[in-house]
Design a binder for this molecule. Structure first.
Ligand code: B12
Ligand code: SF4
Ligand code: SF4
Length: 330
């Protein structure tokens, strides 16, 4: 017998009282720890107006560049129940991918998030394990996973779930862990109490704004993607303009500068226990000339199941050709 019902429109109707008694956050925490996540918390399935208003301003300013998919589905971005009427709470998790980098002088720069297996795959797999465990406890459990795979304001949910705070560099800083963490969410049909929110601890610090080599952090918390090395090397389609090509500052894929300078990362970061995030780090220490010799077949082999695979060889070559250390400027 299932405990939820459908009305004549086929919408799922769930009496809240049923789900209040089924499972506690403490039980969920056991599953979370088993998967090796460094933090977890619970949020309600709606994001506060402050986040959606800021998203609106960001889009109006054109800071999303050609990522037009960011304009889609504003309804679900603010209220998950608009799309999932059964949603009662959101489990938010953080997975650390931090490792120190000891690349040689000749090497081009790679973001730490590209040292191993694609995080979409790993975080989704771990959240699926949690959902499966929950279903074993209560077969009426329903869930939906997002790991940067849909129109979800993940950092807003993470802040509401008390995992930490959104820094002025716009990255989410997990309390006691730092920002070198991926986020993922599991929408649940059980009503769980929201976790207490953590205070923003950026204070008067402006290290990330000062360090960004392209001036992409327009104001605290807001990044103009058109100037951001991460956008240019990962998301941008097509050729670079001359000006864009000069912004890359030796970064072949992604950019970590505004995180590397953050005092909280210096204080808290420690090596991830998820070794799959680091499984090809030693093979990335190459000079531009060495990378230029990489063939399309070798690219596919080296970056199999990595997030770089989505870049494809053509855009990898585009990035590579644009790197010329003599012509960097803001
Ligand atoms: C679009 C996108 C990008 C774009 C735009 C980045 C951006 N800052 O928005 C580009 C391609 C540039 C990018 C780059 C990176 N990304 Co990205 N990206 C996303 C994505 C898909 C959506 C983010 C979003 O909603 N942006 C919209 C704007 C409006 O959001 P925002 O600027 O953060 O503003 C929000 C808050 O900051 C707040 N806010 C606004 N103004 C202010 C002002 C103040 C003072 C404060 C405190 C807050 C605040 O309200 C806004 C709405 O929620 C998410 C996944 C997801 N679905 O959430 C991953 C995600 C944010 N990216 C991620 C990563 C890892 C990166 C990179 C570090 C990768 C790299 N090393 O190169 C860089 C970091 C660059 C940077 N400094 O932000 C992780 C971040 C994890 C974390 N700990 O924060 C995410 C969460 C993916 C994931 N599941 O792990 N990304
Ligand atoms: S990722 Fe790099 S370019 Fe983008 S805001 Fe941070 S420091 Fe600036
Ligand atoms: S560098 Fe300073 S201002 Fe920037 S995110 Fe870290 S603590 Fe906040």
């Amino acid at each position: 017998m299932t405990l939820y019902k459908r009305n004549i429109l086929g919408e799922v109707f769930i009496p809240d009282f049923v789900y209040l008694i089924m499972i506690s956050f403490d039980q969920i925490q056991d599953f979370v720890r088993r998967e090796g996540f460094v933090a977890a918390g619970i949020s309600k399935p709606i994001v506060a107006d402050i986040y959606t208003n800021r998203l609106g301003e960001w889009l109006e300013s054109g800071y999303h560049a050609d990522m037009s998919w960011m304009e889609r589905s504003p309804g679900i971005r603010s209220d998950l129940q608009a799309h999932f009427p059964w949603a009662r709470s959101v489990l938010v998790v953080a997975d650390s991918y931090y490792s120190e980098t000891h690349f040689s002088e000749k090497s081009l720069c790679f973001s730490k998030y590209a040292f191993g297996v694609d995080y979409h795959k790993i975080v989704t797999e771990k959240l699926q394990n949690i959902l499966n465990s929950l279903i074993k406890v209560d077969r009426n459990m329903m869930g939906k996973i997002y790991v940067d795979t849909g129109p979800i304001l993940e950092k807003a949910f993470a802040e509401q779930a008390g995992l930490g705070w959104i820094g002025k560099n716009s990255n989410f800083i997990v309390n006691n862990v730092g920002s070198f963490c991926f986020l993922g969410i599991l929408i649940l049909n059980i009503a769980l109490e929201s976790s207490p929110v953590v205070k923003n601890r950026c204070g008067n610090c402006t290290k990330c704004l000062d360090a960004c080599p392209t001036g992409a952090i327009i104001k605290p918390g807001a990044v103009d993607s058109r100037k951001c090395i991460s956008y240019l090397t990962i998301e941008k389609k097509g050729a670079f303009s001359d000006r864009e090509a000069k912004l890359l500052n030796n970064w072949l894929y992604g950019c970590d500068i505004c995180q590397e300078v953050c005092p909280w990362n210096k204080k808290w970061s420690s090596k991830t226990r998820e070794i799959r995030y680091l499984d090809r780090i030693s093979r990335l220490d190459r000079s531009r000339d060495e990378w230029l010799k990489l063939t399309a077949e070798e690219f596919d082999c080296l970056f199999n199941n990595s997030s770089l695979k989505r870049l494809k060889y053509e855009r990898f070559r585009r990035n590579l050709m644009a790197l010329n250390p003599k012509v960097f400027f803001r």
